[in-house]
Design a protein around this ligand. Structure first.
Ligand code: FE2
Length: 244
């Protein structure tokens, strides 16, 4: 397991302005036509067997809800979550590094302006965040009822393919639906439950869940370049890189 300073995750609840978070349910509903009804994340079950996710039939020509419905029905696969991007720009990859990703790539990432105005309170919350020197990609993860958000590394690699390296990939996970579980796996694939609403962790480690809720759930991955002040306050400011 790759940790942050030996810890499976860093609880950020007291370091983020969670008390001012707006309710985003209506904004999400009003944004139905902007949601990607798929994720290409490659995932595994808790027991290490590969999950029957849509990644197995990767076909990036698919775009519409009907396309993904067809993919899932024909192939008996599933997207465990849908995604609503709150930002544009970047380079289309899923890993941004505070030190190595070029400045022009970071600068190209902007909050979207084409979403319904019901997003304004959340956009303001994001703009006002003090934890980042630069806000990066913001993804709303829309977890489907009855389907666990299966385990994965954000690199998409399984153990036999994975080569760890020092990095400075920074973000926080933010749960918006009470009761939604999140775990990180130790080296024996034992799940360690996140006992918090918001956290930073090394997303090169296995994370996800083997449990699910019988209703839709919402969470965010909010990326960026952490400020040194925030890193110090949260207890990992002495680390130049996240590794081991
Ligand atoms: Fe992830």
């Amino acid at each position: 397991m790759f940790t942050i300073d030996g810890k499976p995750y860093i609880n950020l609840d007291v370091h983020l302005p969670l008390h001012t978070l707006p309710n985003i349910v209506d904004a999400t509903i009003e944004s139905y036509n902007y949601i990607h009804q798929n994720t290409w994340q490659r995932t595994w079950q808790l027991n290490g067997e590969e999950y029957n996710c849509n990644w197995r039939h990767k076909d990036t020509s698919l775009k519409t809800a009907q396309d993904f419905f067809g993919l899932e029905l024909k192939n008996r696969t599933v997207a465990m979550m849908w995604i609503l991007d709150l930002t544009t720009g970047g380079y289309g990859g899923n890993l941004y590094d505070s030190l190595e990703t070029p400045k022009d790539v970071w600068d190209s990432i902007k909050l979207r302006t084409d979403l319904p105005s019901s997003w304004d309170p959340m956009m303001n919350w994001l703009s006002d965040l003090k934890c980042f020197n630069k806000l990066g990609r913001v993804s709303l993860l829309i977890t489907r009822p009855g389907i666990p958000t299966a385990y994965h590394r954000d690199t998409g690699k399984k153990d036999s393919e994975f080569v760890g390296h020092p990095h400075r990939q920074e973000f926080f996970w933010l749960n918006m639906t009470e009761g939604k579980d999140m775990y990180i796996l130790d080296d024996n694939r034992n799940p360690i439950k996140f006992e918090c609403r918001s956290a930073f962790f090394n997303h090169h480690s296995w994370h996800g869940s083997h449990t699910c809720l019988p209703f839709w759930a919402l969470s965010f991955k909010i990326e960026g370049i952490f400020s040194q002040k925030f890193r110090d306050e949260a207890g990992f400011g002495h680390l130049d890189y996240y590794y081991k």
